[in-house]
Write a protein that binds this ligand. Structure first.
Ligand SMILES: Cc1cc2nc3c(=O)[nH]c(=O)nc-3n(C[C@H](O)[C@H](O)[C@H](O)COP(=O)(O)O)c2cc1C
Length: 331
């Protein structure tokens, strides 16, 4: 399956593993790359730009296929040296970057001077158009179904993807809610050139997180996520658990007066370690998308990617082709 995304990034299959805090490390990224997809190391999972340089080197030892680095540029309580992370990526020789969180414009000179292709992840048509205008090579567009930050517009992929397609010249991947071949075919039909998956790649053999998290995702259905931080206008879709319920309770109690400090003890970054390393899935907030309702197993990344592509080809060549070809023969 060749698309503008496979051509642009020199990958075999139009399947991307987006940046994931705590999860996007060498083990997962190299497994996705070796399976023919495009994986992204999550820069800020590494405590310093020097550690990121080491993680890139570690990934290179595990694959000789293309991979990238995600740089998520969000306002934080503790300042993050974003420019130093960007420079570390440029100096490492990595040629693909996924940006997210806010416009990558201030970092484009660093990336473009180093010959890096930039795919910007965003959640609206207007931000996709802006990304194209500031020189991004591609966009990854997250619908309301997605894990993490879906933005504040609440527009699901079924509307967001064709609306984006109508306004863009550069290629884009569909993100949020994708986990199987049916999603890939639908994304292509809606105008995308591939899919980006987060949650689905967490429930794989190589994802470097505790098995309890993976098993909870397999057991969950599509109603097992919550939207927190809505009153702060920083909405996040997370797995439904005790801490998420507590956060929602506080949000209800405080109403419009809520501040991030009111929630700090429940949402601290350290709780990521408790969930992803220690496996206490109820003791911290962790991102997950509605697609958990479609996750029923824990395959290797290579098996997952090849299954999605193989089944997508079958859907296109048989089921869909059969609809327009009354003999039922694939065309
Ligand atoms: C555990 C987890 C952590 C994530 N962390 C980040 C992040 O740091 N930066 C980012 O751009 N996206 C992050 N995402 C979003 C994913 O890259 C992707 O856009 C999203 O998962 C797509 O929705 P899906 O889960 O339905 O596939 C995260 C997602 C998950 C599940």
């Amino acid at each position: 399956m060749k698309t503008r995304i496979t051509e642009l990034f020199g990958i075999e299959h139009p399947i991307v593993q987006g940046g994931m805090q705590w999860v996007g490390r060498a083990e997962l990224v190299s497994a996705v790359a070796n399976g023919g997809g495009l994986g992204f190391i999550t820069a800020l999972t590494q405590p310093s730009p020097e550690d990121l340089t080491k993680e890139i080197a570690r990934t290179r030892e595990m694959t000789d296929k293309p991979f990238g680095v995600n740089l998520t540029i969000l306002p934080t309580l503790k300042p993050v040296p974003y420019q130093e992370y960007a420079q570390a990526i440029a100096d490492s020789g990595v040629k693909i970057v996924e940006t997210a969180g806010r416009s990558p414009e201030p970092f484009m000179p660093t990336f473009k001077t180093a010959g890096i292709k930039v795919i910007h992840k965003c959640t609206s048509v207007r931000h996709s158009v802006k990304a194209e205008a500031v020189g991004c090579d591609a966009v990854s567009i997250d619908g309301f179904e997605c894990a993490g930050h879906p933005g504040e517009d609440n527009i699901p992929g079924l509307i967001l993807l064709p609306a984006t397609a109508d306004k863009m010249t550069i290629p884009f991947v569909a993100s949020g809610g994708f986990g199987d071949a049916r999603g890939l075919v639908a994304a292509l039909a809606l105008g995308a050139d591939g899919i980006n998956m987060g949650s689905r790649f967490m429930a794989t053999l190589e994802a470097p997180i505790h098995d309890n998290v993976k098993e909870a995702m397999v057991a969950a259905d599509e109603r097992n996520t919550e939207l927190i931080y809505r009153p702060l206008r920083n909405t996040a879709r997370v797995f439904k658990n005790q801490v998420a319920s507590k956060v929602l309770e506080i949000e209800r109690e405080k109403g419009d007066d809520i501040k991030i400090e009111d929630l700090a003890q429940y949402v601290s970054g350290q709780r990521g370690k408790i969930v992803f390393e220690d496996g206490n899935i109820d003791q911290g907030i962790w991102s997950a998308g509605m697609v958990v309702g479609l996750i029923n197993d824990i395959p290797s990344c290579a098996d997952l990617i090849s299954r999605i592509v193989r089944e997508a080809e079958r859907i296109i060549a048989h089921r869909l082709a059969g609809l327009v070809n009354p003999t039922g023969q694939a065309v």
